[in-house]
Design a protein around this ligand. Sequence first.
Ligand SMILES: Cc1cc2nc3c(=O)[nH]c(=O)nc-3n(C[C@H](O)[C@H](O)[C@H](O)COP(=O)(O)OP(=O)(O)OC[C@H]3O[C@@H](n4cnc5c(N)ncnc54)[C@H](O)[C@@H]3O)c2cc1C
Length: 544
Amino acid sequence: MGLGGLGAALAGLDPKRLEAAEPPRRWDKAADVVVVGSGAAGVPAAISAAENGASVILIEQQPDIGGHAIQSGGAMALGGGSRNQKKWGIEDSPERWHADLITWHDYRFSDREIVWAFAVESAATLDWLVEKGLTLRDTKPGNPDGGPPTVPRSQGPVLAGWDGNAGGISPTGSAGTALMRPLEATARRMGVQILLEHSLTDLFRQTSKIGRVVGIRATTNGKSVAIQARRGVVLATGGHTSNVIVRRAFDPRLTEEYQVVGEPYSLQTGDGELAAFRTGAALWGAANQTLETGARTHVMEKPVLVGNQYGYLRPGTRPTSDLLRSPIFSRIRATGLPVKDFQDLIHVNMAGVRFVNEEATGYTWWNACMAPNAKTPPGVNGGGPIWAIFDADAARREEWMCAPPFVDLDGWFFSARTIEELAAKVMCKYQKEPLPADALKATVERYNAFVDAGRDGDFGKTTPKYKIQTPPFYAAWSTPCAHDCLSGVRINGRAQVIDWAGQVIPGLYAAGESTGGFNQHGLAKCLVFGRIAGRDAARSVVRT
Ligand SMILES: Cc1cc2nc3c(=O)[nH]c(=O)nc-3n(C[C@H](O)[C@H](O)[C@H](O)COP(=O)(O)OP(=O)(O)OC[C@H]3O[C@@H](n4cnc5c(N)ncnc54)[C@H](O)[C@@H]3O)c2cc1C
């Protein structure tokens, strides 16, 4: 198998399609630039292509635009001397931004060509976003989430006339709406044709391993559509976190039980990367996906919500009622219970055994969750479900309503009058064997003894405060969730996709979480490289 076929093989695709497809005899649609994915990378790519004179088709798999970006907190780590930084008297430069990024924690596996291009274009991108309709919050920039904390470079948008509630314009009531809706409006105003519910399946290359990428195949409502891209295709499908096979190529522990932040609004199934691999594109910066840098890299997250499937759908401090009004609430099914104090619960694994200090965060917490336990069969990866166990007193302290729509009774939240009954009730497709009642009872008794003693003799939790003793008792889904994708196809500083021979694949661009080479978290690199990709694709000269 050639390296170009690696992605296809990983995804279990039809072995006849290990290479890029050859162009069809007839195109159904055509544009100068075709952008795939309408998130933080895709919409800026479409706008910048249109601004540079290209006709643009933007396809999006879901019924609405925005991807993870529209659900995000909207905080953008863009610095290097932007107008906003100057307004607040903050001195910065591309050189300073670059130096800060490459010396921050263990960023040595980031590709400096990418980091430099980012640093150079970062301030211009923020200024450009404002020109394209973004209104920045009128507060001094802060330090980027995940660092480096040297110069204030993080700012977020606001949407005039929007009260922040989830509604028709926002799936979750998060600030990402103030980023994506104005950009969507600008793209439409500039003539970008947005095709919703169109899903990329393939790229067309003039001949399968050489020549330009000349278009894409998508499916919509079961029909196949061939779309010609006269100047270029920009892949911006947002990474592979939703694809269990691909994410396990980076970390075999990432088995199916780990749910994905950002679902079910949009999926990151690696479609862009897999199609690119079939054209011969290289994988890049793979270490960033698994590296434990000490920076908050967000590859996995400790759920901020327990008792629902997705664990993380309500960033910030928005009231639960916002999510209830969300147009996607029927797919989320439950808001989840926000944990204020991890003294109020214990975490047990699928063997019913406590295994970690519940107050731990980051790698300390999720490495313990993903470790094998007494119920892990030989040869099996992943740590299985993690359950938050608590009692009625804890629910009262946390002010939790342990009923729908706050919790999901269909496999993610259980209650019972005794601990033994609770164990018997836990039925979830990821809990392969019943939660052992005797083990769970012994775990709770041991923890209660630690409360009496004023010391956690097993995992060093700060003076355990509360016994688990008052019925009803509860078990709530509290398993780590996958968040960022930090590796993907190789691009250069112009967002052109590079093959395994180190050569540019003509006509193919990529941006955002589908790309590798830079382990910065979040929106900023997606916005910057989306803008670069659209511009470069629009300006490319095609020789016929
Ligand atoms: C809850 C939450 C909060 C966050 N908060 C922040 C924050 O405050 N600051 C920050 O910097 N980052 C934040 N992030 C991360 C940030 O949102 C992402 O890094 C960013 O959106 C990634 O951009 P992207 O364009 O690569 O992917 P996305 O924004 O996910 O967009 C990808 C798009 O491609 C579409 N797509 C996928 N496959 C196909 C296909 N086959 N065909 C067509 N379309 C397809 C998807 O449906 C989606 O619309 C947050 C993420 C989440 C989920």
